[in-house]
Design a protein around this ligand. Sequence first.
Ligand SMILES: NC(=O)c1ccc[n+]([C@@H]2O[C@H](COP(=O)([O-])OP(=O)(O)OC[C@H]3O[C@@H](n4cnc5c(N)ncnc54)[C@H](OP(=O)(O)O)[C@@H]3O)[C@@H](O)[C@H]2O)c1
Length: 330
Amino acid sequence: MHYIASSKRYAAMPYNRCGRSGLLLPALSLGLWHNFGEVDVFENCRDILRAAFDAGITHFDLANNYGTPPGSAEETFGRILKKDFSAYRDEMVISTKAGYLMWPGPYGEWGSKKYLLASLDQSLRRMKLDYVDIFYSHRLDPQTPLEETLDALAQAVRQGKALYAGISNYPAEETQKASKCLAKMGIHCLIHQASYSMFNRWVEDRLLGILESEGMGCIAFSPLAQGLLTDRYLKGIPHDSRAAKPHGFLKIDDVSEQKLIRIRALKALADRRGQSIARMALAWVLRDRRITSVLVGVSRVEQLEDNLSMLANPDFSKEELLEIEDILAD
Ligand SMILES: NC(=O)c1ccc[n+]([C@@H]2O[C@H](COP(=O)([O-])OP(=O)(O)OC[C@H]3O[C@@H](n4cnc5c(N)ncnc54)[C@H](OP(=O)(O)O)[C@@H]3O)[C@@H](O)[C@H]2O)c1
């Protein structure tokens, strides 16, 4: 059926400024790492994207290697864009990345200019786009001069193939260097895409402070620890869960008893707040105003709806925050 976006799509979603830039990102963004590949059900992908856009999610995050097989999430997204969203391109912020293995030989991964720019062209072809909004270096390449990787991002921006440059998974110190180096090239480093959840708090040490001083935004990925911070695994490993899928990045061993003890304690608090664990975990990531957006993945529309309803109860009392610290402490 022909898709017409909901006229109420901007009614509820807050939009946060991405560092010192003109770009606003939705509090909740959608990532297409899992569940959008060739192995997944196309109509389900389409339903999720429609529901997301209807709820004010304007930012969709991809990478060259997303989907099973790699590249297929961009292809799925490209097909759905063409079918449903061609009238809405200017209302969407679409990102992609390069850094991980995509093709054989010495030019198919890491951070050379040769790889990054070839990969971006491939991503644009797969998504059938003229440009992406954000192009990321997906990981720091310790063997390539930082300047070369960043020069590739700068060139993508100058060529109009990307509007903004971003970095992902860079340690704090290299983030600062990257921001200063791009500034010398006349390009603002817009954003860092970093893992952040109740179970993974490395960004709190130094990264968030550096991002603030550099005027960069932060988009937090895997805020639900790939589904652990939900009710998904409370009664075992569901057959359709990420941990059960052969191509899922979450492994059965990651669902450890030690984690489950904490998840159960978090559930007790979430129950008292009248929220699911997932909603509480997302609100917790967003409690820090330096987080521009929380980047979730979902395998079905119901999960998306659950996550969106986090917006109804985003605040924590001091006591609740302390209780969470206690639960998470070793
Ligand atoms: N830059 C990087 O290196 C990097 C790395 C990883 C991810 N990312 C980005 O971050 C995005 C999100 O990562 P992620 O998928 O790992 O995030 P996540 O939000 O931590 O986990 C998503 C999974 O949690 C489960 N889930 C979500 N909402 C739920 C709910 N309300 N109730 C129960 N279960 C729920 C689903 O698991 P089931 O599938 O089992 O249903 C879903 O697939 C990716 O798509 C990608 O865009 C970036």
